[in-house]
Each structure stands twice: as C-alpha cells, then as structure tokens.
Design a protein around this ligand. Structure first.
Ligand code: HEM
Length: 460
C-alpha cells in the first residue's frame, strides 16, 4: 500500500461520526497520523500514543504528581513553546532581513514601518527571545530546588547528564539571544555587542584571539554581522533543537520526571491482571499481535493517568497559552530601533544586553587602580567568575550528596543549605542586573532612579 493511501486511510479512520459521536471501533488498532485526543478506554489511550506520529514520544501513562502545575510549573514546556514561537516568527523575518552592513538597518526599519504586521512580528520575536532567557533560568532554578538532577530507584537513570545537557542549552540560549542582538545594526546593537565581546578579550594570553575569532577580525563590521547571522539562524537553533530532542528522550529513559520516583519508592510490586493478547503498532506503519502478557508493577493504583488525554491536554494549554500571551503582549510592547550603527560615536553609557549586565557591573566593581598597578576587572568579572559559576553548575549533581529519597521534593530539609546558597547567588545576580539596568548612568556613575542624568555628548 502506498504511503498516500495509508495516510488517507488513517485520516478517514480518525473522522468523528455525526453530532460528535465517535464511529464504531473497528477491531484492532485504529492508527492516526495526527490526532487522537478522545480515547474511550485504557487500550484506546495506549493506542493513541503508540499509533500516532506526533505523540509517540510520550509514555502511555504518567504519574499524576509529576504532571501537577505546582511541581514543575511546566517551565521546560513553556521554554520549548517559546523556542517554537521563535522559530515560527523567525521564518518570515528571514525573507525580509538583509544581513549586510549597508542594508541591515534599513531592512529592519522596513519590517518595523512598511511591512504589514511587520512591527508585531518583530515584537513577537523579540519578546519571545527575552522571555526564553527568563524561563530557561526559572526552569533551571526549579530543577535545582527539587534536586531533579539526582537519580532515583529505577535502573540506568542518568539524570545528571540531562542536567549537563541543560547547562549547554542555557549557554546556547544566551548566545542565541546575543547573536540576534547585533542584527538590527543600530547603535544599541553595535555597542552592546562591542561591550559583550570586549569581555572575551580579557582572557590572559588568548583573549584577543578569542575575540577576533568571534567577531571575524579586529572590529565589528561585515564579517561579524554575517558570522552572528549564520550562528543565529542556523547553528545555534539547530544545536538547541537537537539537544532538546535528546533532553526529552533522556526524561523518558529516566522514567519520567524525578517526582515520579517519589511515588514508586514507597510502593511494593503488585501483579497486574494478564491481558489475553496485546495488539501493537509501530507509528501506525507495522502492526501485530503478541502472546498473552503478564506483568508486575511498582505503581500504586490511582497514582497515574493516561498520557492521552491528561498530559496531552496540559502540554497543549502550556504551549498555546505561552504563544497567546506573547502574541498579545507584543501588540503593546514596542521594539527599540535607534540610530544606525556608528563605530565613531560611543553612546554614554554603553551597556551590554541586560542578561550580561551583572557581569558588566562586576567588571566595573573589580577594576581597581592602585597607583600604577591595575586589578583587571574584565578578567575577574568577565572570565573567572562566570567560568567558575558555569563549572560549578555543571558538576553540581556529582557534588550534591543529599539523600535520593528527597529527589523531586521542593525545599526539603536535607537540601536546605545548598538551596539557600543558590537563592543567595540568584538574588545577587538579579540585584547586580538591576543596578546595571537602572542605576548606572554616563561614565557608569551611580544615579538613583529619581536623579536626572547630566547631558553628555557621545564619546568620539
Ligand atoms: C532550551 C532550554 C530547555 C528546554 C526547552 C527544556 C525543556 C524541558 C522540558 C520540557 C522538561 C520536562 C519537564 C518540564 O516541563 O519542566 C525538562 C526537564 C528537565 N530539564 Fe530541561 N529544558 C531546558 C533547559 C534546561 C536547563 C538549563 C537545565 C539545567 C541545567 C535543565 C535540566 C532538566 C532536567 C534535569 C529535567 C528533568 C526534571 C525532572 O525530572 O523533574 N533543562 N526540560
């Protein structure tokens, strides 16, 4: 049977009867390519997952407590929804944006002022990008507070590696946002990227080479724009996409979210009633019937639900809700577009993108002149400190020796100290970011919110 005949057959098998009444169930499996949200039995619910191309990466059953909004706040799914929205809104922008220093600014101006819905499209892309930076950090914090990088009782769990993959995805997300920052090629973009990449040159010895590699020369110009563009539209999103698929595969291999282990640890195995035969299908392409199956389960009755429709429904709410909120917010949030980039006029102050401002603040605070001797703040704040933080974050699952019984619990007593230290670091970063955003004015002087900034010329 040709693929087309198969697809048409699946579609007609999936059609609802008159007035919402489902058609008589045919014996055996009813494979569908896209949709199967209203199962009428456990068997139908299982088939919905195994016979559906889009749903087959879900398990057939999921523990109720790991699905609770108050456990994960669905922050990982919300981050993934933002990534999807960024891809969807980025595609039309690809047709309109021109990655050349002569035309980039004008093409963004056209998107903003000439193209129908262009202003909204640009705002959606921009708001979603900033939101993704926030939600990925919140997701990381949630995973940390629940100790969800630790293994539970099941065999072959490797949650610590999913945490490491997560750290890489966090860095890719930041770099994805940073490379996008340059593309409008206005003063804001140009100088934020100048400040950001200058930090890289503080690495002793190899710093200037690293910066040259990053920007494709000594100055930010065409080579930088094309480098950032290609990274932004292909390599970094592809990296996030591939790692995300692996991230999800690992969650599945590790037996679901860490919270699920908490339930299973408490239970003793029980016999599951034998089913006379089991019909199986693989993505709706191959099917067959296996002999009688008996099984034992660690799962207490009533602790789990079918992935379709329960997990599916929540995933849809989180995904569509995220897309709706960002789309509505973007109607009201204007995207900045300053004067075209000018390497000869430095805005005063020149600030890094907001998520790197805490580093810029540390760089300033640790640059100390003692007579002819200068303590290199860029090295301390821009290289040593973030390097230590990322290194520590990466190996944390192997350092944390808290008992595995509290894995998947929010703020257990056994993890109090490390959770408090984590909160202190997070609050410190937030505070420094706020200072950099709101309290630093010309020449990086301190200004209270009620103080007016003096008028200073851009530095030439
Ligand atoms: C692009 C960035 C990321 C995406 C799209 C993403 C997506 C997800 C999703 C959808 C889940 C399922 C649970 C949930 O919705 O919360 C999850 C779980 C998980 N993520 Fe992420 N994630 C990202 C970054 C990270 C980061 C930065 C870390 C940590 C460094 C991390 C570590 C984990 C771990 C350990 C789990 C399993 C949690 C558990 O068992 O409770 N992820 N991720």
């Amino acid at each position: 049977m040709s693929l087309l005949t198969r697809v048409l057959k699946f579609r007609s098998a999936g059609k609802a009867g008159p007035a919402g009444v489902e058609p008589e169930e045919a014996p055996g499996v009813r494979p569908r390519l896209f949709w199967s949200l209203w199962p009428r039995s456990d068997r139908d619910a299982g088939d919905a997952v195994t016979s559906n191309f889009l749903l087959h990466w879900f398990p057939a059953k999921v523990s109720k407590s790991s699905m609770a909004w108050s456990y994960s706040f669905w922050l990982g799914t919300i981050t993934a929804a933002l990534f999807l929205l960024l891809t969807l809104s980025g595609l039309p922008l690809l047709f309109l944006y021109v990655p050349s220093v002569e035309r980039a600014y004008q093409s963004v101006k056209d998107i903003e002022y000439v193209i129908t819905f262009g202003r909204w499209l640009r705002a959606v892309h921009r708001v979603a990008a900033h939101a993704m930076v926030i939600t990925v950090v919140l997701h990381l914090a949630r995973v940390f507070f629940t100790g969800a990088y630790k293994n539970g009782i099941a065999r072959n769990q490797q949650r610590q590696w999913n945490w490491v993959i997560g750290v890489v995805m966090l860095l890719l997300t930041l770099f994805l946002s940073f490379t996008g920052y340059l593309l409008p090629w206005d003063q804001l973009a140009f100088w934020a990227v100048t400040v950001g990449t200058n930090i890289a040159s503080a690495i002793p010895g190899i710093g200037p080479t690293v910066r040259e590699l990053l920007i494709g020369g000594r100055a930010i110009e065409q080579a930088t724009l094309i480098r950032f563009y290609v990274l932004h539209i292909f390599f970094l999103p592809a990296g996030v996409g591939v790692l995300f698929a692996y991230h999800m595969w690992r969650v599945r291999k590790d037996g679901g979210l860490a919270r699920a282990d908490r339930e299973e640890i408490a239970e003793t195995p029980r016999d599951v009633a034998a089913s006379p035969t089991k019909t199986y299908t693989l993505l709706g392409v191959a099917r067959g019937t296996s002999p009688t199956v008996t099984a034992r389960s660690l799962e207490a009755p009533g602790t789990s639900v079918n992935a379709v429709p329960d997990l599916m429904r929540r995933a849809m709410i989180a995904t569509l809700g995220t897309i709706a909120v960002i789309s509505i917010l973007s109607v009201f949030i204007a995207s900045p577009l300053e004067e075209p980039a000018n390497a000869l006029i430095t805005p005063n102050p020149a600030k890094a993108p907001w998520y790197f401002l805490w580093l810029q603040e540390i760089v300033t605070d640790t640059t100390i002149h003692l007579g002819s001797f200068t303590i290199n703040g860029a090295f301390i704040g821009g290289v040593v400190l973030p390097g230590l933080l990322i290194g520590l974050l990466t190996v944390w699952p192997w350092i944390d020796k808290s008992p595995r019984q509290v894995t998947g619990d929010w703020f257990p007593r056994e993890r109090r100290t490390q959770n408090l230290v984590f909160i202190a670091v997070l609050v410190g970063i937030l505070l420094l970011t706020y200072i950099g955003m709101e309290l630093r004015g010309p020449y990086w002087e301190w200004f209270w919110p009620w103080e007016a900034w003096p008028t200073v010329p851009g530095r030439i």
